[in-house]
Design a protein around this ligand. Structure first.
Ligand code: DGL
Length: 258
């Protein structure tokens, strides 16, 4: 098969990357996507770099057996932990990663107060701290680790308003909402909370995520390599999950159609 007609492999620690997959399908409906959720090993945000790297290698080897032309690490945590090593190991393959959309949040302005919601690993890793150092001289950047939000999605509790609102309100209870300009959803699971966030945050607070940026980046890379499928081709989505529990495939489909 020529490279152009191969699939695009998209993976995450679990179901969060489905929020990225949704954006990818919208932008590139003619592509074939294979999604792999590692729910049996989620959450990644409280694991070590080494454990996460090992999981990523196993997942990419699986994608290579399926035949893929590019990989999207639809996970900020796995990107921080392993993207450099993976790009070195699989140098023939375009590997697109994710990082909290701090640049979009700062929007070229100064004196902003920006809250970054992400996993503990993303927030403590060098990658994010380097990025943050470009912005925190002129802005106030508040790190907000939110590992509980990953479990709520994985346990299919996203529609339980009480659970979600209690958790979100708890994160913000000690912050002065009037001082916040933007909130970065720095974990792909958190993108599913956007509607809730709009309700609990002040209306003028900008909420940003990296899904569109990642999608545009992949599209540019494929276009440059002349590997975008033709517009008359029919796209497809195949979902895999490391958990034996079939509920995760159903839940992935539910989130994709949410
Ligand atoms: N969805 C992942 C991210 O974007 C991580 C969730 C987890 O901790 O497993 O960071």
């Amino acid at each position: 098969m020529d490279n152009k007609n191969k699939a695009i492999g998209v993976f995450d620690s679990g179901l969060g990357g489905v929020s990225v997959l949704k954006e990818l399908i919208k932008s590139m409906p003619n592509e074939k996507f294979i999604y792999f959720g590692d729910s049996a090993n989620a959450p990644y945000g409280i694991k070590t770099k080494e454990e996460i790297t090992e999981r990523c290698i196993e997942i990419i080897d699986f994608f290579l057996k399926e035949g893929v032309k590019a990989i999207v690490i639809a996970c900020n945590t796995a990107t921080s932990a392993a993207a450099n090593i993976l790009r070195e190991k699989y140098s023939q393959l375009p590997i697109i990663g994710m990082e909290p959309a701090l640049k979009v949040a700062a929007d070229g302005k100064v004196d902003n107060t920006i809250v970054v919601m992400a996993t503990p690993l993303t927030l403590r890793e060098e990658k994010f701290n380097k990025l943050m150092s470009q912005y925190d001289d002129e802005n106030t950047v508040i790190k907000m680790p939110c590992p509980e939000l990953v479990n709520i999605v994985e346990n299919d509790l996203l529609d339980d308003e009480k659970v979600v609102k209690t958790q979100l309100t708890n994160y913000y209870k000690d912050l002065n909402m009037d001082k916040i300009n933007s909130v970065v959803l720095g974990c792909t699971h958190f993108v599913f909370y956007r509607d809730y966030m709009e309700k609990i945050l002040n209306h003028n607070i900008k909420i940003v995520d990296g899904n569109k940026g990642t999608t545009n980046h992949l599209k540019d890379v494929l276009r440059e390599r002349n590997e975008l499928r033709d517009e008359n081709e029919e796209g497809s989505v195949t979902i895999y999950n490391s958990s034996k529990d079939k509920r995760f495939i159903k839940l992935s489909e539910k989130l994709l159609n949410r």
